[in-house]
Design a protein around this ligand. Structure first.
Ligand code: 5GP
Length: 128
């Protein structure tokens, strides 16, 4: 069965898309730790990120970097954290999280509740 991220990529499940090319897809995390919290995924369905072939993994990092630059510009954050963790979705993904302190990247923290309008506005700004 397709993962939830493959179904998002296929357009079967809605998302706030940030960027896409032939190999990768980026969209806003629905439970963000910070405004702009983005997930970067490969279009190929692989669970564990280090099972990706070298070229796909390297390309994914470069794709993430381009989004991180936009996130930093948009939010004015000190850095953008790049985090890989979790067992929730069996589809490799990188979290990009604007951060000013290390506690901004504490996954035990309560997540932000953003309105659909706020999500759309952020995604649009990142696509621009
Ligand atoms: P992890 O496996 O990295 O712990 O968590 C997966 C991440 O995917 C979580 O941060 C969760 O909020 C996000 N996520 C799970 N399902 C969906 C979804 O359907 N849409 C979006 N936009 N994000 C999701």
């Amino acid at each position: 069965m397709a993962t939830i991220f493959s179904r998002i990529i296929a357009g079967e499940i809605p998302c706030y898309k940030v960027a896409e090319n032939d190999h990768y897809f980026a969209f806003l995390d629905i439970n963000p730790l910070a405004k702009g919290h983005t997930l970067v995924v490969p279009k190929c369905e692989t669970d564990y990120i280090f099972d990706l072939d070298d070229q796909t993994l390297a390309g994914m990092t470069i794709f993430a970097k381009q989004i991180a630059e936009k996130l930093q510009k948009m939010t004015g954050c000190k850095k953008v954290a790049m985090v890989v963790l979790g067992l929730e979705v069996p589809h490799a993904h990188i979290h990009l999280i604007p951060m000013n302190t290390e506690s901004d990247v504490d996954f035990r923290k309560e997540k932000l509740k953003l309105t659909p309008e706020e999500f759309s506005e952020i995604a649009q700004a990142l696509r621009g």
